[in-house]
Design a protein around this ligand. Structure first.
Ligand SMILES: Cc1cc2nc3c(=O)[nH]c(=O)nc-3n(C[C@H](O)[C@H](O)[C@H](O)COP(=O)(O)O)c2cc1C
Length: 306
């Protein structure tokens, strides 16, 4: 054991995080729902559900289907709209000593820019995460599957906001590194890798797709090897912090992502199974770093690379 506790802090632009564990957008509501279960200030950051300009009711039900080692969701970005998120949700979150990252989803470049301006001006947000990878709405992945569109979007949002900018990438592409490089070259301070994988489940009695939206996003342990591969590839091509996301259920999973090249991790589906998974991972990482005499996070990031 080391005599002093390991330093797990990290910085993304002006965002200072005390440890690398955050929540994955859409799996932690607006944070306050979990405040009774654990001390949210123990987390590195809270990423809230996607906000859109106008309120969205989401997709028709059923919107969730269980799959082997995972789940399909087609929520469809249900949210009360940016103004309500700012006036109703963020003030509640401000009571907790934890950085807040808002996940933005627009239908056009202009809409992303307006969202970025709104949330930057509200003074209640520490970073923006651009969701250019939602498989559950029409055109939700357009900006995340074509590098020239990624570059245009990130560049315009970058010009509109001084907040740290994280771009969330889709695995539903041939070469994720092309999109990663486009986002970083256009000014993204960090990358979230990955959003869900596009999938389908069929109800064999009804002989129809199980989800009302037909397709949904696959998440959970089933996608972990794919997410790790994406983090690995992106790490070899860009020089900004990567937030690893996809099937992280426990400390061991989080360590795999860090060794593959992630500087931070986001916990998603695990929270549905175990609402305190994210804080348990914070404690587990602290223990691992101490037991292995690792002085700080940087000592392990990308350690599995040759
Ligand atoms: C029910 C549900 C809702 C989600 N909503 C969003 C969202 O609003 N914005 C976003 O960028 N990702 C969203 N995601 C994707 C997660 O943030 C995460 O990238 C993905 O689930 C993979 O991580 P996991 O396997 O740990 O869940 C959602 C995932 C689930 C399961």
């Amino acid at each position: 054991m080391t005599s002093s506790s390991p330093d797990l802090s990290l910085q993304i632009g002006s965002l200072q995080m005390k440890n690398p564990v955050m929540t994955a957008s859409g799996t932690f509501g607006y944070g306050v729902e979990y405040a009774e279960l654990f001390d949210m200030s123990k987390l590195g950051a809270v990423v809230i559900k996607a906000a859109t300009m106008k309120p969205r009711v989401g997709n028709p039900p059923p919107r969730i289907a269980e799959t082997p080692a995972g789940m399909l969701n087609a929520i469809g970005l249900q949210n009360p709209g940016a103004d309500a998120v700012i006036s109703e949700k963020l003030p509640q979150l401000a009571e907790y000593d934890v950085p807040v990252i808002v996940n933005l989803s627009g239908e056009s470049v202009d809409e992303y820019v307006q969202l970025a301006e709104k949330f930057s001006a509200c003074g209640q947000v520490d970073a923006l995460e651009l969701n250019i990878s939602c498989p559950n709405v029409e055109h939700g992945m357009d900006f995340g599957t074509r590098p020239e569109l990624t570059a245009e979007l990130v560049g315009k949002v970058r010009a509109a906001s001084d907040l740290p900018l994280i771009t969330k990438l889709s695995p539903n592409v041939t070469d994720i590194t092309e999109i990663a490089v486009a986002a970083v070259d256009a000014g993204s301070d960090a990358l979230s890798v990955i959003n869900t994988l596009l999938g389908i489940s069929i109800d064999v009695e009804r002989r129809r797709p199980l989800l009302g939206n037909v397709t949904g996003g696959l998440s959970g342990p089933a996608i972990k090897p794919v997410a790790l591969r994406c983090v690995w590839q992106v790490y070899e091509q860009v020089d900004v912090p990567i937030i690893g996301v996809g099937g992280i259920m426990n400390t061991r999973d989080a360590l795999e992502f860090i060794m593959a090249g992630a500087s931070a991790v986001a916990v998603g589906t695990a929270t549905f199974v175990n609402p305190t998974a994210s804080v348990e991972i914070v404690a587990g990482l602290q223990q691992y770093f101490a037991e292995h005499d690792l002085p700080d996070l940087g000592a392990l990031v990308g350690a599995a690379h040759p």
